[in-house]
Write a protein that binds this ligand. Sequence first.
Ligand code: ZN
Length: 275
Amino acid sequence: MPAAFLGHGSPMNAVETNRYTQAWRAFGARVARPRAILAVSAHWYVNATAVTAMARPRTIHDFYGFPSELFQVQYPAPGSTSLAEEIAEIVKPTRVGQDQDSWGLDHGTWSVLVHAFPLADVPVVQLSIHALKDLDFHLDLGSRLAPLRESGVLIIGSGNVVHNLRELDWSRPELGFDWTRRFDAAARDVLTGKPGEAAGLRDHPDFARSAPTPDHFIPLLYLAGLASAAGRPAEVLIEGCAFGSLSMTAYTLDAPRPAADQGRTIRVDGSASPS
Ligand code: ZN
C-alpha cells in the first residue's frame, strides 16, 4: 500500500477546489482501496503517543473564525478498534494510548480525506504526535509503522513542510517567501534523495522560521521514516507555496502513477516498472 504526506494548508481547502485538492483527489482515486487509513495529523499534538480507538470517531472542528460552511463539514468514516490495538502491538516498547473519548478526526485529517476519499467509507484511525519527543523519535516511529502498509493500511501524514502563521501574507495566496521556498527545496532534496536523514533538516538555517513550532513539520517525518524503511525515496505529488509562509508540497511513496504518465507500466502492487 502506498503512503503519503499531504500539505493541508488552510482549513478552507476542505470546501474549495484548487490544484492541491485536485492532486489529493487524484491520489485517492489511483490507490487501491485500503483496509484502513492511519492519519498522522499536525493538529493532534499532545504529551503522549495515542491512537483514536473509538468505533465512531467524531468530526472535530478545531479552528475558529472560519465560515459556517466549514463547521458543517462531517467526515463520518468509521474507526477501527482492531487497527488501534494492532498499532500499539507493532510499535512496542513505545506505549500507545487507546483514546476512547478525547479526540476524533480533526481538520488535518478530514480536510484532505474529504477530497482523497470522499465517500468516507474506509475506516480511519488517527495517531497523535508526542510533543515532548524529538524529531528522531518521530522518524523512527514512522519507520516502525511500515508493516502496516503490507497489510493494506494507507498511512497519510497531514501537515505542512513550512508553516509559519505569524508571517502569513494574505496578499500572496499563491506565493512563497524566499526562505519558504529555500526550506521547501531542501526538504524536497532530502525526501527524494535520502529520506532517512530528514530529521537533519533541523540544522537547516531556515528551519526555525519554517517550523517555529514543529507540529506541522513532524508528519513529514512519518513518511520519511516509511520511505527509509522501504529503501526507496518519496516522490513529489505536487509542489507549491501559499500566503508567503506556507508550503503546500505533498509527497507519496510507492503510489501508482497517473494514467497520463506514458511509457511506464503500473503493476498491481502499485510500483512502476519500465514498459
Ligand atoms: Zn494545520
